[in-house]
Design a protein around this ligand. Sequence first.
Ligand code: AMP
Length: 415
Amino acid sequence: MVELDLSKKVADRYLKREVLGEGTYGVVYKAIDTETGQTVAIKKIRLGKQKEGVNFTALREIKLLKELKYSHIIELIDAFPHKENLHLVFEFMETDLEAVIRDRNIFLSPGDIKSYLQMTLRGLAFCHKKWVLHRDMKPNNLLIGSNGQLKLADFGLARIFGSPDRRFTHQVFARWYRAPELLFGTKQYGSGVDVWAAACIFAELLLRRPFLQGSSDIDQLGKIFAALGTPSPSQWPDMVYLPDYVEYQYVPTPPLRSLFPVASDDALDLLSKMFTYDPKVRISAQQALEHRYFTSVPLPTDPNKLPRPAPKREPKASDFDSHEGPTVLSPPRKSRRVIPGRDGFEGNSLQRDKVEDNVGNSRQTAGDTTGKNDPAPMSLDFSVFGLKAPSRPTINSADRSHLKRKLDLDFQQPE
Ligand code: AMP
């Protein structure tokens, strides 16, 4: 009884607002934490009748985020189950790097580009130091707060990596950001895949459009080789042994300067090191941060002063026109849109729509980054998922037991 009361309290805590977007595993919506007044983003992950793999993905995200507390990593504030969904409560972020890059009203100076790249690499270097790969680096997974701070988000696909014989699924990256070793089907890869993706993002910041837009994996490799030259076996000795290796017509390496005419020499030197074909030779995120590009003038712009898309106006109840229907406040792109009527939520209305009476709950104090709560993180009541705690993870058949060990959540079993 006491537990139910407590659950109800947690469920009542969040006041739902508009849908912010939809990711691979579910809808993300804006909400107000009525206890702290803080605006948050709640990611609702469907767990119910789907395969165990999806359940496990959710748990993996919790575990990873719990461990990754850093100024350039999105903060997980709370997590609780409700019906067949797991709700993850994150700090709310105003926009993302994709919106910045696409906004034609924004001029990005060399110092601005440097600052965005520096924050991206700082987040990555931190993950890699903790033996975690992000694995889904792309501009709309780099969220930006109202203070200009960029944070890595969406660890739904990230994985802890360790022993050299680990095997992974290679179909994880959005294709345009995928490293050549993944496109050639490697099963064993490391932090270099994130660095390659960061290089694509760096190039995108310079060009203001995605750099290598392949329409298939084969085409993606073709685009890479056309832009950066076909790698020779001496440049990348392991390439010819990769599972999906096919020989491509030889294209000589064009000077990067021809592709990025206005970039500085330092920018191009760093970019070429991040775009190194052989992942064993590719620069690491930490080494990239130590590159002279970041200490040469112009220095990285103070995040507070970075240009960002104009903030969306907060909707007022008086804005609603019952004849016209709710107004779309965001640009019509997948990642930032309002989906009226979705999920019981009515457009931009301020109508109270709290996360209803849930069963079981888990809490971590909002904003507590002191680490003092770390040993007692979110406690999940798996009975609401119709599940036991996952003893047999099913993301990938290859390394289940290893994953189980690595990602063993310290959740509480229901009493
Ligand atoms: P994801 O499932 O992480 O891909 O999220 C889907 C979309 O929801 C993203 O593209 C963002 O536009 C939005 N979103 C995710 N997390 C947040 C957040 N913490 N703050 C604001 N918007 C978010």
